[in-house]
Every structure is written in C-alpha cells, then in structure tokens.
Design a protein around this ligand. Structure first.
Ligand SMILES: Nc1ncnc2c1ncn2[C@@H]1O[C@H](COP(=O)(O)OP(=O)(O)OP(=O)(O)O)[C@@H](O)[C@H]1O
Length: 201
C-alpha cells in the first residue's frame, strides 16, 4: 500500500497555509510532520483526512481497501473527540460501531486494557484527566483496523509510561504493514522520515 501526496496546497481563511507539499510513504513507513506553530501541521493532517478541500495537488492511496481514502484512515486530532456525558466504554463502543470494529479490531475492553483505562470504563468521559482523555482517544485506533493513522500531537498530555506504550502500539502498527503520519513537537521514538513545514506568512 502506498500513500502519496503531490504538490498539495491548502488555503484557510483566504490565505495559503502551504503549497508544493509532496511526500510518499509505503506500508510499514511513517512520516513525522514538524514545523513551528502555525506552519500547517494540523492543516496537512486534516487535508489528508479529507476534512479540508485542497486548493491544489492530489492525495492518493493505492490500493484502496474501501470506497474512499477516508474509510482507510484513523484520524486523531488535537481535540480528543469524546462525548463527556457518555462513559469511557460507551465512547469507545460508539466509535467501534462508527468505524466498523467488526473488521478485526480489539474489543472495547481489550482496547481500554491496552491504555490502562479498564478501572475507569464506567466513568463519564468528562471526568477524565487530560492524559486519560488522550489515552481514551488513542484507544480508538485499536477498535477498528485501518491502515493509515493520522495523528495530531499524539503524545500530548501523556505521561512517560503512556507515551512509551503509545510508541509500542505505533511500532506494532508499522510492523503489521500500516502507515502513520504524525504531527508533533515532541520527540517520538519512531523510525520515520521527517517532513518539515515552513511557517505560514
Ligand atoms: N479555520 C481557520 N481559518 C483561518 N485560518 C486558519 C484556520 N485554522 C487554522 N488557520 C491558520 O492556518 C495556519 C496553520 O494552522 P495549523 O493549526 O495547521 O498549524 P500547526 O502547524 O498545526 O500549529 P501548532 O504547532 O500551533 O499546532 C495558521 O496560520 C492558522 O492561523
């Protein structure tokens, strides 16, 4: 499988955030997107996920396992996208149904066990600490099998042990033939090429 972006340009609020951004990764490879605040890291991930229109260029994923690129992608944004009134387990069940967890992902319980949240499974997500919310968010990656992970600051708010666990899961995903594009200011212990975006003007 190959994810290729050629000469991407994205405009937000009437301004070009970046242009001429190209990269290609294959199964088992990762791309670390770096750059200073406002350079366009989150914008690039959102554009790859299909949440933002491209002003120019093209994104392709070959071969497509589902009808669209979006169905092959897990996107974990800056915000944790958890419903505060639902319990932690209910949040993951919801995402499991939405993302078709029947296709070989972990059960909700196993996904929670992996991120150390089983004791908090029945707590409303609103009560979680910042790091616990991030762990719950990352557990979504494991309840449905999808080859491309787009991760925006995945280690935000994680303690050292949780960050290490996350890196282990990411490495396993790559070993199994997955792909990861991660935007980060942190140092990830993940072998991969770097794409450094310039600052927006
Ligand atoms: N909805 C929006 N409307 C207009 N401009 C926006 C919008 N969202 C983001 N931008 C602008 O797009 C540029 C890139 O933002 P983006 O969030 O992608 O940067 P980033 O590299 O992820 O930054 P950070 O390191 O701070 O997270 C910034 O100049 C920002 O102000």
């Amino acid at each position: 499988m190959r994810l290729e972006a050629s000469e991407l340009a994205v405009e937000r609020g009437g301004r070009i955030v970046f242009s001429n951004v190209s990269f290609a990764i294959q199964s088992g490879e990762s791309l670390i997107v770096t750059g200073r605040n406002g350079a366009g890291k989150s914008t690039l991930l959102r554009a790859l996920a299909g949440f933002l229109p491209l002003r120019g260029g093209e994104v392709s994923l070959t071969p497509l396992l589902e009808d669209s690129i979006a169905e092959n992608i897990h996107y974990i944004g800056h915000a944790d996208a958890l419903k505060g009134a639902l319990t932690v387990a209910e949040n993951l069940s919801f995402f499991g149904a939405l993302l078709r967890s029947g296709q070989g992902g972990l059960s909700v319980e196993d996904a929670l066990a992996e991120v150390g949240l089983v004791p908090l499974a029945d707590l409303p997500a609103a009560y979680l600490s910042a790091g616990q919310k991030r762990r719950a968010s990352l557990a979504k990656l494991r309840i449905a099998l999808r080859p491309v992970w787009l991760l925006d600051e995945p280690s935000n708010a994680l303690d050292a042990a949780a960050q290490q666990a996350m890196e282990t899961v990411m490495a396993a995903h790559l070993s199994a033939g997955g792909m990861i594009v991660a935007a980060t200011h942190a140092r990830l212990e993940l072998a991969g090429r770097e794409l450094r975006l310039g600052a927006a003007t």
